[in-house]
Design a protein around this ligand. Structure first.
Ligand SMILES: [Fe+2]
Ligand SMILES: [Fe+2]
Length: 264
């Protein structure tokens, strides 16, 4: 039986390959990534350099900012290579903003903040960044795999270069939270942002795909994983749609609906 984690990976891998096969969709997804990179330029509380507690953290932040700016250029060039327009998306559609809507933790420094308050806000900023970077890096791993099958070679090079930086951002941001705060408080901050990111991921994914994708709600119309196994089996990705008892197969009515959605 296919492990649920591997099932999700199979679906994501297939999803990214389908995206890359369509230049319009590929351009849109690269625009989603690119708008996340631009986000620090659209708000006034990202990378609060004045709150850096030591020179090393300030240097790490400056390097990080420069790398995210390089990512903007890489994505823009990749989008143009696909003959697609570079778009500025509304802030509520940018993943950074969606995560922030799921937590009350603020990074905005105030003149009345003492050293401890500034240190805590800085830790919240890095906690937020850590889980954002982690999700982006995971998504880019699937995307770079899909780009390897694309006709145009540039997006693969661009996305692979971005991914190398993002993997480093994932680990150093967590280290900074642990450096800034005592262990228990650091754990609390990291748990808070992990939870916000998980909620944001569900929120963001449903907003991006439910509206245009009739297949998605059908996958949850009967007990999991019967519908998804039916689809994967029909596409030859797994050997059988059978599930472990008491689950069996989807109803004939849902099978017909899934067939219609898959044929679109
Ligand atoms: Fe980036
Ligand atoms: Fe990053």
């Amino acid at each position: 039986m296919l492990h649920p984690g591997r099932l999700v990976d199979t679906v994501k891998r297939r999803l990214h390959r389908d995206i890359v096969a369509d230049p319009l969709l590929h351009g849109l997804v690269l625009n989603l990534y690119m708008n996340g990179e631009r986000y620090p330029h659209r708000v006034n509380d990202y990378f609060p350099l004045a709150a850096a507690t030591d020179v090393q953290i300030e240097q790490l932040m400056r390097r990080h900012m420069a790398e995210e700016d390089r990512h903007i250029s890489l994505y823009c060039r990749a989008i143009q290579k696909l003959d697609q327009p570079v778009l500025e998306l509304p802030l509520p559609d940018v993943y950074n903003e969606v995560i922030r809507s799921h937590t009350s933790a603020t990074f905005a420094m105030s003149a009345s903040d003492d050293a401890d308050a500034r240190r805590l806000k800085l830790a919240h900023f890095f906690g937020h960044l850590h889980f954002l970077e982690k999700r982006i890096a995971r998504s880019l791993e699937f995307h770079v795999d899909a780009c390897a099958h694309a006709v145009c070679p540039y997006p693969e090079k661009a996305v692979a270069a971005v991914l190398r930086d993002e993997l480093r951002h994932v680990s150093y941001t967590r280290d900074v939270v642990r450096h800034l705060l005592p262990a228990r408080q650091a754990g609390h901050v990291l748990a808070l942002h992990a939870c916000a990111e998980r909620r944001a991921n569900l929120d963001f994914s449903s907003r991006q795909f439910y509206a245009d994708e009739p297949l998605v709600p059908l996958l949850f119309k009967e007990p999991n994983p019967m519908p998804i196994k039916h689809c994967l089996s029909r596409q030859g990705l797994i050997g059988s749609p059978e599930c472990r008892l008491p689950l069996t197969r989807v109803s004939e009515a849902l099978a017909a609906e899934l067939e219609r959605a898959l044929a679109r």
